[in-house]
Design a protein around this ligand. Sequence first.
Ligand SMILES: N[C@@H](CCC(=O)N[C@@H](CS)C(=O)NCC(=O)O)C(=O)O
Length: 212
Amino acid sequence: MQLYSYFRSSAAYRVRIALGLKGVAFEYVPVHLVKGEQRDDRYRALNPQSLVPVLIDEGRVITQSLAIIEYLEERHPNPRLLPGAPAERARVRSIALSIACEIHPLDNLRVLQYLVRTLGVSEEAKNVWYRHWIDLGLSALESQLANDRATGTFCHGETPSLADICLVPQLANARRYNIPLDAYPTLTRIDSSCRALDAFAVAAPERQPDTA
Ligand SMILES: N[C@@H](CCC(=O)N[C@@H](CS)C(=O)NCC(=O)O)C(=O)O
């Protein structure tokens, strides 16, 4: 398996965690997003969306981190990243999607670059934008998790799931932008439990072959 990744990409970080939890070996292929390598013809031939991650398995090209993780879940069912019962699976997916669909796309590199380079927004206004969408999403998630008995050591019970796989990279991203996280005690507690696990630690941005 090959994973096209960038050390700071939170979507690629999700897949790195999933591969680690599943114990699946892979070759790391770096794509330098700040240099714009995701827009090179060669990469676009692989993924016309010009986004990382991309997973290649037995010649199949799979894009979109959550699709990749569900593919890994089906190919390597243990340990499970989604619970067995439909309502529990829905809860885990709902937490994961609230990060992957509601928070992450608004604070993605190309969105921030468009604000600054095309719309002429100042760096300060860009940071206000970033913080607004992060805080809105994390506040909602904090209330959701803090008030639900299904929340345990991890987002759902006592084992890491797809929800934690989405949470940890998003909080790492927030920290990089110096967003205070004190208002999210449940999220930061879960984040610490996750980061104490090997699969999460090895997947961290500071431990990748292209870490700068
Ligand atoms: N929904 C996609 C999001 C992928 C994505 O946004 N990747 C970012 C890095 S986290 C990227 O490649 N950005 C390139 C750019 O903004 O030009 C997924 O989950 O895979």
